[in-house]
Design a protein. Structure first.
Length: 371
């Protein structure tokens, strides 16, 4: 058997991830794409693995290699994937991997699960939001949810982002899951002066970007920075941009390439999250590794902001949310919470720690063979 054939072949599936590999492509991507990009590029450094990635069709050459990862293009991301599923299927065939991994549930999750069942390959799924396992997704999309729930059950391994999601998965879909935290590359560089209040994300309704505008209006003497990509299918985005433009102390930025986003987190005095629901936001990881305290209106997975003393959660109370901002912005408490966040990230989320967990999982799947 040749050395090449002994490698574990792993393929990641995220059509909207290509703009992270190629920053000149100014298109939207989210936390799930960042997760799989970091995992794929780090795994590709290990000569025991052959890594590929099914991405969308952005007009690039098919099969190009970036950062050690071979990229197979599939569907145009602005089209209805169900109608172009054959293109994804063909890309999965070209990848010819032993293990396929997907994150952020959609009908694409079901397609990947069917493909792996058909060709006897291993399927790994990782959730991108708590709504995927707390019942919210299935209530909101009952028809699609039937197919997604089947895919969850068909996965050889299902991964969630926190312990509460693991408990919910057992309750709602009746299966055990693994908890693997978000992956992160920690910088050893020092941090400069911190100022301003930061929000970063897509303009999805669940992330409530409108509330950050309200917060900026409530604190006219403070500087706010909002990095907000247009969410897929968001017809009200330009209205959000227009409203933001009327707020004198708010700087609105439509898009920042992934390779440049850290500097905004490093400069922020506080990072703010206004979402109704999340899994474990990558923005929390980015803020914590940058020594920036986190202020969340509602989201606090496993109560980690309190347990790790790296931020505060207002539990949905707007007045308390505003009071907490005053406590954290440019204060000794905010600086202390920021330092705690850095310690937490180095211990729990550093890429060397997380990649070991994935390698153990991938190797274990290969040892099980056809089971």
């Amino acid at each position: 058997m040749s050395e090449q054939s002994k490698k574990i072949r792993v393929c990641f599936i995220a059509p909207k991830a290509y703009p992270i590999f190629s920053p000149v492509v100014e298109k939207v991507f989210g936390g799930a794409e960042v997760d799989l990009y970091l995992l794929a590029t780090e795994l590709a450094k290990d000569e025991r693995y052959e890594v590929s990635f099914v991405v969308g069709d952005y007009g690039q050459k098919d099969g190009e290699v970036r950062e050690g990862v071979r990229l197979y293009k599939s569907v145009k991301t602005d089209r209805f994937m169900l109608l172009e599923g054959a293109k994804v299927w063909r890309a999965l065939r070209r990848a010819d991997a032993d293990i396929y991994m997907h994150e952020a549930c959609s009908l694409g999750t079901t397609l990947a699960a069917i493909f792996c069942r058909r060709f006897g390959r291993k399927f790994v799924y990782r959730t991108a939001s708590s709504r995927e396992v707390d019942g919210g997704y299935f209530r909101h999309k009952p028809f699609r949810g039937m197919f997604v729930k089947w895919a969850f059950g068909a996965a050889n391994v299902m991964i969630v982002q926190n312990d509460q999601d693991a408990e919910n998965a057992m309750r709602t879909i009746g299966r055990e899951v693994s908890v693997i935290r978000n992956i992160c590359r920690v910088s050893s560089e020092g941090l400069g002066k911190k100022e301003g209040i930061l929000w970063a994300g897509r303009s999805l309704r669940v992330k409530r970007p409108d509330l950050f505008l309200e917060l900026a209006r409530a604190f006219p003497d403070r500087r706010f920075v909002m990095i907000c990509q247009q969410g897929s299918g968001d017809a009200s985005y330009e209205q959000l941009v227009k409203e933001a433009g009327r707020i004198g102390n708010l700087t609105f930025i439509r898009r920042v390439p992934y390779q440049e986003i850290d500097r905004y987190f490093e400069r922020a005095a506080v990072f703010v999250n206004t979402s109704d629901s999340e899994g474990f936001p990558n923005t929390f990881v980015q803020a914590a590794k940058s020594g920036t305290p986190i202020l969340s209106l509602r989201v606090n997975p496993d109560g980690f902001l309190d347990a790790q003393h790296c931020g505060r959660c207002a539990d949905g109370d707007w007045e308390r949310f505003c009071d907490l901002l005053r406590e954290l912005a440019d204060t000794p408490l905010g600086a202390e919470l920021g330092r705690n966040g850095q310690d937490y990230i180095r211990y729990y989320h550093d890429i060397e720690t997380i990649i070991r967990q994935y390698k153990e999982m991938f190797a274990g799947l290969m040892e099980k063979g056809g089971e």
